[in-house]
Design a protein around this ligand. Structure first.
Ligand SMILES: [Zn+2]
Length: 202
């Protein structure tokens, strides 16, 4: 909140209403020094006084805190624009996350294959073979855990029965049978089990 701007706004509205600082102070039952402080941007009116002040100045509380008359139509339009922009950014981020999931999948699979092949066909002590296999599998499992986490939070799943779109919990995504990104899960809305497709936008 811009105190200077609010102060100037109070001053302008007071003059438009043809009130002196003294007039306004008397109406609000306070000292004119307080009014002078607000108008110079040193402090804001007390919360208890604000409704009465807005009534006298013929402004809304939103106007007062904005330091200008806010056009309600513009306000809604601006809000809508911001919401749309936020939805667009989320979609973009979700798409990037899902690409990252594929990338993780490829990397861990290739790494596992390299570990298994090296351990199987290169001459080395047995303990090293076992260690290589273990490293390969552990990396694979960690990668899968991350990939499923991404799949859980990016975008939504859509119930094929009632078309409810939702973000499931980690456990249900982890335990569901799947074909690609489509998973056989229980819908939180209609409670029926069916194949739920991954979608980006709601
Ligand atoms: Zn459903």
């Amino acid at each position: 909140m811009d105190q200077i701007k609010i102060g100037k706004f109070i001053s302008t509205r007071r003059k438009e209403k043809q009130l002196t600082q003294q007039d306004l102070a008397e109406k609000l039952n306070i000292t004119n020094r307080a009014i002078s402080k607000w108008e110079n941007g040193f402090c804001l009116p007390d919360v208890g006084i604000i409704p009465e002040l807005c009534k006298i100045l013929d402004i809304t509380i939103n106007d007062l805190f904005s330091g200008e008359t806010v056009d309600m139509k513009d306000n809604e339009k601006k809000l809508e624009e911001n919401l749309l922009e936020m939805a667009r950014i989320k979609e973009q981020q979700d798409k990037e996350l899902l690409s990252l999931e594929i990338f993780i999948g490829i990397i861990i699979s290739v790494f596992l294959l390299i570990c298994v092949f090296t351990a199987s066909f290169i001459i080395m002590p047995n303990w090293l073979r076992i260690l290589l296999m273990i490293i390969g599998f552990i990396t694979f499992v960690i990668g899968i855990v991350f990939a499923i986490r991404i799949e859980q939070i990016a975008g939504y799943y859509e119930c094929s029965n009632c078309h409810h779109k939702y973000v499931p919990n980690y456990k249900s995504v982890l335990l569901a049978i799947h074909s690609g990104r489509t998973r056989y899960m229980k819908c939180p809305k209609c409670a029926k089990k069916s194949w739920h497709k991954k979608i980006i936008s709601k």
